[in-house]
Design a protein around this ligand. Structure first.
Ligand SMILES: [Zn+2]
Length: 386
């Protein structure tokens, strides 16, 4: 039916384009007999020797074996999609981001690619639908941050999303020195204060407009402390509830400084939130809704009870898997479910994340203090559905 359709490859090079890619993939008429979804980690260490390409080929080999029974048409469609992704991986520039998502079908030009702001778990899937859950998770996790830098008569407003400056604008209030002073001519200080206040009101107005246009989760302020304090005190409720911190940068900051300072502030906030989430989980460890430690968590994964999985970001536990029923066991010997001989799991982190995503669980990778706490319980835990 779609024979002869021509697609233009949609290759995005910035992480903030993820929402656009998601939209395109959700809306696109899926042509042909299948679609290849690929999530590949591309950290600097895997760029040398293009490990992501090697890994992609290995995974495709495994899918190819499973497709031996499939129709000739489907196998051809699969090979065409693989070829398209390989060609893209082969020709693309050196990755600047820690991850990459690529989607391809059999038709010429049917390819979507977008970099990822964090390292994904390797996932290559051939299916009739694109696998979008990891992209959705990424969007879910990233907060949009607004930064307002101001002095007494100028302000710069930014929104930062997915690690990049998404939008910026300048608020230019009247120069108080150029206004005609009347009536209160003698009282320069009062007049000056009024001008500053007017400027801050204008800034707040622009920030409210920005909130409607680009709904942000956190607000960071920067500038001279007295002006910042005045501004903070004037914030209306929607902005006050989002206010997170004062930054040590002013109006003259470069884009790179804004990005870096906001990133550090956002990370500190995120670490704090993670710490609170992990403390809450650990406090609930004796209740039926929480699983903590490797054995309990693997049991919950096996029963498909996991609702929210917590892992330390450098999780490197070991376990065995049953080749017969797929059960993951925190031990060796025989499968407690079916009695088959267990085999060691090569990459436990990847396997547990896969299992969690299969049961539609959220995955939280934690670091810093939250990770230190969770490490006391083998670096893994979960909220369970029952
Ligand atoms: Zn088994």
């Amino acid at each position: 039916m779609y024979e002869g359709t021509r697609f233009a490859p949609t290759v995005h090079t910035d992480v903030w384009e993820i929402p656009a890619v998601l939209g395109e993939l959700r809306e696109s008429q899926l042509p042909g007999r299948g679609l290849l979804s690929a999530y590949l980690p591309t950290p600097p260490t895997s760029v040398a020797g293009r490990k992501y390409l090697v890994r992609f080929r290995e995974e495709c080999k495994a899918i190819r074996q499973r497709l031996e029974e499939a129709s000739r048409d489907e196998r051809q469609a699969f090979e065409a999609a693989v070829g398209r992704v390989e060609e893209y991986l082969d020709q693309m520039a050196v990755p600047r981001h820690p991850g990459l998502a690529v989607f391809a079908g059999q038709e010429r030009g049917h390819l979507y690619a977008v970099p990822l702001p964090e390292q994904p778990v390797t996932l290559i899937v051939w299916d009739t639908q694109p696998i979008l859950a990891p992209l959705e998770e990424i969007l879910d996790e990233y907060e949009r941050i607004a930064v307002v830098l101001t002095d007494r008569r100028q302000a710069r407003l930014f929104t930062i999303y997915l690690g990049a400056i998404e939008e910026q604008q300048v608020v230019e209030s009247d120069d108080p020195g150029k206004r005609t002073v009347s009536g209160i001519a003698g009282n320069f200080a009062q007049h000056y204060q009024e001008n500053v206040r007017r400027h801050l009101r204008q800034t707040i107005h622009a920030t409210m407009d920005l909130l409607r246009a680009r709904p942000f989760d956190r607000l960071l302020l920067g500038g001279p402390v007295d002006v910042d304090t005045m501004l903070r005190d004037e914030l209306p409720r929607p902005l006050r509830s989002r206010y997170a911190d004062m930054l040590s940068i002013g109006l003259d900051a470069t884009d790179a400084e804004v990005l870096e300072t906001a990133r550090r502030a956002a990370e500190a906030i995120e670490r704090q939130v993670e710490r609170e989430m992990v403390d809450e989980l650990i406090a609930a460890r004796t209740t039926p809704r929480a699983a903590i430690g490797l054995e309990d968590t693997l049991d919950a994964l096996h029963d498909e009870r996991v609702h929210r999985l917590f892992l330390v970001s450098d999780f490197a536990g070991s376990a065995d898997e049953c080749p017969n029923c797929g059960r993951i066991v925190a031990g060796t010997g025989e499968c407690p479910g079916c009695g088959a001989s267990l085999e060691p799991v090569a990459d436990l982190r990847e396997l547990v994340v896969d299992r969690a995503l299969e049961q539609a669980a959220h995955v939280e990778m934690v670091s810093g203090e939250a990770a230190d706490e969770l490490r006391k319980y083998e670096g893994i835990g979960a909220w369970t559905r029952y």
